[in-house]
Design a binder for this molecule. Sequence first.
Ligand SMILES: Cc1cc2nc3c(=O)[nH]c(=O)nc-3n(C[C@H](O)[C@H](O)[C@H](O)COP(=O)(O)OP(=O)(O)OC[C@H]3O[C@@H](n4cnc5c(N)ncnc54)[C@H](O)[C@@H]3O)c2cc1C
Length: 365
Amino acid sequence: MKAVETDVLIIGAGPAGLAAAFETASRGLDVTVIDESLSLGGQLIQQTQNLSSLPSDLSPMRGFELAAHLIKQIEEYDIRYLLGHRVIGFYQDGTIGITDEVDVFPVKTKKMIVATGAAENAVAFPKWTLPGVLTIGAAQTLINRDFVKPGNDAVIVGSSDFAMDVALQLSEVGVQVKGIVEKSTGVLSRNTEKVKQVNKIGIPIYVDSSIVEARGMGAVEEIVIKQEDRVFTEKADLVCIDGGRSPILDIFYQLGTSFGFQKELGGWVPQYNKDFQTDCKDVFLAGNAAGVSTQGALVLTGRLAGMNVCEALGAVSKETAAVEKKGLWKELEIVETKYNLDIWHARNRHVDNFTHPVLKDQFIS
Ligand SMILES: Cc1cc2nc3c(=O)[nH]c(=O)nc-3n(C[C@H](O)[C@H](O)[C@H](O)COP(=O)(O)OP(=O)(O)OC[C@H]3O[C@@H](n4cnc5c(N)ncnc54)[C@H](O)[C@@H]3O)c2cc1C
């Protein structure tokens, strides 16, 4: 593979990266998208649930439909795709090291947008390393992307919106969901409609409860649950852990950006300003990498990062950019406050904490 030179390197081809690609490529910039996966769409491609909190120009649609829509939107532009490639390092001369797992080759870019998404957090309990204990995202990927039924009898640990979606998706493919175990005193999902659907198909939700241990010889066979003073056992060959998600930070660590802690955004998040620009001046970010949020917000942050890169590279006038950015922030406010006001407040706190950044020139010249 030859060295690449580009205006904008977008790392991650999920909803945020694809939205940023549209924003930048449609304004005439030379755009390169890299993703370690072999297809575009990121984690959207296994999401069969309906996404309702999308920006007003997008109608409600399923996750994989949103991926298809965003991919179609960029079809007409001459974007360079490096799929099955990973960013592995940054050199002091401003070059970025990319590998296709065989060779390493350099990429030179004027600006970079990091949209590497979020990783699922584990919840540990005795014997949680037994085969059959998965994250809910892994279970979702198996059923919806790989068409593999991961078990017959499942228990889900955690009760977020994501847990409700996966409980319904597992049931649809014939997995019997024996229960949802939640340590808080109430269900965490804010989607009352989804919770109603879960109740309707008879999946019990145990609040104020925890997993005592998993049991089994070589694989999980049963799970011991404690609810207040009652301890009981459920037969299960599948345990799906919903421990929340945290931004993937590897690339930011390598770049040397600074971080701030915002629990509501998933924990440690790279510092960024209203332009979604980190304190490495040529590095912007978007999507769950900028704080775990809802799909609509992820798309909007991708558009915002893209618009700011266009402005920085002179592909759009300051006046046009100002109008567009104002509209995008307004839309972000609408989408995010509707979904979860705490996330919107945390995002604003995070941005406000970064009002006087010392922008570093390092890595990209
Ligand atoms: C398994 C799984 C299932 C999920 N299911 C749901 C769900 O049902 N509902 C929901 O609301 N949220 C779900 N999520 C959360 C998910 O993060 C968001 O739905 C959304 O896809 C995030 O968009 P994004 O663009 O920020 O990142 P992603 O869609 O995660 O895309 C990031 C992309 O970056 C690529 N990447 C990361 N690091 C590198 C690197 N170093 N080099 C090259 N490429 C890299 C990844 O391969 C990935 O394709 C899930 C997450 C996971 C991990």
